[in-house]
Design a protein around this ligand. Structure first.
Ligand code: NAI
Length: 338
């Protein structure tokens, strides 16, 4: 069977939870326009009828439906869904860290993932809601408690860090299209837990010594530039929608049988082939690392830690210190709620 036939015959119903938000709307637009998505369910606590009506006029493949919490909306949005993308929650304002979002977003993610455990336990779950370093462990604990956890199917979306690294290094890579340089960004998804591994970029490129620290800081804290520029109106939405779509598209393509798709993503290491070795090397159980995607999700975690530079090793040490606390905070939120 040729690939085009395979793509047409395989369904990929997708749901967006938090679809009316700053990220949710452009992300839903991109998914609606994607020929690989045949059904798109939008869920939010507000405005989904309007967003759905608007997007429904687009002449693309996806059949679209929208739901509010009333009348079992979450159940209807999730039933029969294979891919769930979650950008629900509050975004940062100037002066806030991603960790400051924890109190509100932790409860939102917990409740939505409880719905997933009930109504589509085998779906691929892509978490955008911050702090990703904690919301992904929360999701894992909820799915474990429901007896349906499969680490291969749970992803923290860290693609925006990769996209920023590609963009900010363009003057050194010399690529006309910055996305043509593959740059692994590993660790977590906030400040110093974000670790760009420029030494493993492909094709390789050189950063002048005196520019290295600034470049690392810019990738780690690039989100702050947007938060400040928006001056109280939120954090990255359009670039995040692009990044979230890029990752979702990779998951869908791999699920449909396309080979060789590798994306960095924040996963539960012990549950993915190759992950144990990375967990041993880093001392953390959740970590973003390049992952080979396939029909079952995260088929293989790829260890790129061997041979990294001394500077990168130091960045990794700082990452581990912060990341471990973020992970435990998420796990404790479910295991020992106060
Ligand atoms: P937003 O406030 O514009 O949109 C959030 C949406 O979630 C709203 O429409 C709201 O009604 C909805 N919502 C709230 N509670 C809900 C619930 N219980 N069920 C369903 N929907 C619910 O925020 P924005 O800018 O779209 O950001 C969303 C999240 O994404 C934030 O946590 C933000 O920090 C995070 N984010 C993550 C990034 C990443 O790289 N992973 C990058 C940028 C933002």
């Amino acid at each position: 069977m040729v690939k085009a036939d395979l793509q047409e015959l395989t369904r990929s119903p997708t749901a967006v939870l938090g679809a009316s938000g700053g990220i949710g709307q452009p992300l839903s637009l991109l998914l609606k326009a994607c020929p690989l998505v045949d059904e798109l369910a939008l869920y939010d606590v507000v405005n989904t009828p309007g967003v759905t009506a608007d997007l429904s006029h687009i002449s693309s493949v996806a059949k679209i439906s929208g739901y509010l919490p009333k009348d079992d909306g979450l159940k209807h949005a999730l039933t029969g869904t294979d891919i769930v993308v979650i950008p629900a929650g509050i975004p940062r304002k100037p002066g806030m860290t991603r960790d400051d979002l924890f109190k509100i977003n932790a409860g939102i993610v917990r409740d939505l993932v409880e719905g997933i455990a009930k109504h589509c336990p085998k779906a691929f779950v892509l978490i955008i809601s911050n702090p990703v370093n904690s919301t992904v462990p929360i999701a894992a604990e909820v799915l474990k408690a429901a007896g349906v956890f499969d680490a291969k199917r749970l992803f923290g979306v860290t693609t925006l860090d990769v996209v920023r690294a590609e963009t900010f290094t363009q003057k050194y890579t010399g690529q006309k299209n910055p996305a043509h340089t593959k740059i692994p960004v590993i660790g977590g998804h906030s400040g110093e837990t974000i670790v760009p591994i420029f030494s493993k970029a492909s094709p390789s490129f050189t950063i002048p010594d005196d520019k290295y620290d600034d470049l690392i800081k810019r990738v780690q804290f690039g989100g702050d530039e947007v938060v400040q520029a928006k001056d109280g109106a939120g954090s990255a939405t359009l670039s995040m929608a692009y990044a979230g779509y890029r990752f979702a598209e990779s998951v869908i393509k791999a699920a449909k049988g396309e080979k060789g798709i590798i994306e960095p993503t924040f996963i539960y290491l012990p549950g993915v082939v190759g992950g144990e070795e990375i967990a041993e090397a880093t001392g953390v159980q959740f970590f973003s690392t390049p992952v080979e995607l396939g029909p079952n999700g995260a088929e293989k975690a790829i260890n790129i830690l061997d041979g990294i530079t001394d500077k990168e090793s130091r960045l990794l040490e700082a990452c581990k210190a912060g990341l471990q606390g973020n992970i435990l905070k998420g796990v404790d939120f479910i295991k020992s709620p106060v």
